[in-house]
Write a new protein. Structure first.
Length: 338
């Protein structure tokens, strides 16, 4: 490991303390894990869509107008919104699942382009712009990779220093005496849209003439990055109370890097919802997440003990909040034929 690179990453760490996995080991001094949970302040009343909707297509069309999502997205760092099962475990997506939608080599190019754009944007702090440069171009005195290491699934994520990608990517330099103070590990998720506005719970509903009444809200736990403006996201917990109410439980989300510093999702205050159900119809209430799930890759630039860079692409599926939305869920009144 070169003195220049060692100084750049940690400042003052003795060479005798360096072990295999130079970059990962270097982060052990002066670097801490990102992610201190904190609840956002209460915000606007829970968002309820106007009118009632008979088809999923109508719901999606309406939400495209109020909370548009992008065809492709990127987020800095390790994504908080990885797709998970009902028990909170990360779902494993294979290269075969992802590659048909998004070529990994193209994803690496897209990540480097997005990182270059991030580095050129002066609204971001100088340390984070430098972190983005490392993702795009690497380190000046390191040996460049001969190609991309394309992993086989989401959990195939071990890096050269023995850390997982999640451990490595969720680190930032907190040593105020280091010239690299405030820098984060060079990682980014890039993806193509897969599913827009996934459901976040629904009531059982009522068949026949009658009236349904509910109270709805959603709480938000933000994962506040110690490096503001880099990877952030969190968890939402939608709640329905009333006639036959049930919800899907806690769900994770990630902010796109373009919206990280401008739009934050807020807790919602409780709102009342009423649905009149005509004869011959079934009525129910559903929550739709304001964003989309993206299929793509976590792109990492790693460094081993021989000062050799490695660019790694790890298949993943991630929910990203709609860039302009400050509400996590839209509650939609549904009517279908009985």
């Amino acid at each position: 490991m070169s003195t220049q690179l060692q100084t750049e990453l940690v400042s003052g760490r003795r060479k005798s303390s360096v072990v295999a996995g130079a970059l990962a080991t270097a982060f052990l001094t002066g670097i801490s894990l990102i992610g201190t949970p904190a609840f956002a302040d209460d915000g606007q009343p829970a968002k309820v869509a106007d009118g009632t909707y008979e088809s999923d297509q109508d719901v999606l069309a309406a939400m495209e107008k109020t909370d548009p999502v992008n065809a492709s997205e990127s987020s800095m760092g390790y994504p908080a919104g990885l797709d998970k099962d009902k028990d909170g475990n990360v779902k494993v997506f294979t290269l075969a699942d992802v590659q048909s939608k998004y070529d990994p080599e193209q994803a690496v190019k897209d990540a480097q382009t997005a990182a270059t754009q991030y580095a050129a944007d002066e609204k971001h702090s100088a340390p984070l712009r430098e972190s983005a440069k490392h993702l795009a171009d690497g380190w000046s005195d390191a040996t460049k990779p001969g190609g991309t290491e394309i992993r086989q699934n989401t959990k195939d994520n071990a890096l050269s220093g023995g850390q997982s990608a999640e451990q490595y990517c969720n680190m930032t330099n907190t040593d105020s005496q280091s010239p690299s103070y405030g820098q984060a590990a060079p990682c980014m998720f890039v993806g193509k849209v897969d599913e827009k506005y996934p459901q976040r719970g629904a009531s059982d509903g009522l068949t026949g003439e009658g009236k349904l009444t509910y109270k709805v809200t959603a709480s938000v736990a933000d994962e506040q990055s110690t490096t503001e403006g880099w990877q952030v996201g969190g968890k939402i917990t939608p709640t329905i109370s009333g006639d036959g109410a049930s919800v899907g439980g806690e769900a994770s989300f990630t902010y796109s890097y373009s919206s990280t510093s401008t739009t934050k999702v807020q807790n919602t205050r409780e709102s009342d919802v009423e649905i009149s159900v005509p004869q011959g119809n079934k009525g129910y209430l559903e929550g739709r997440a304001n964003g989309a799930t993206y299929t793509g890759y976590i792109v990492v630039r790693d460094l081993d003990s021989s000062n050799q860079e490695h660019v790694v692409a790890i298949p993943a599926r991630v929910f990203i909040q709609a860039p302009g939305s400050s509400s996590s869920v839209t509650w939609v009144k549904r009517l279908t034929a009985a």
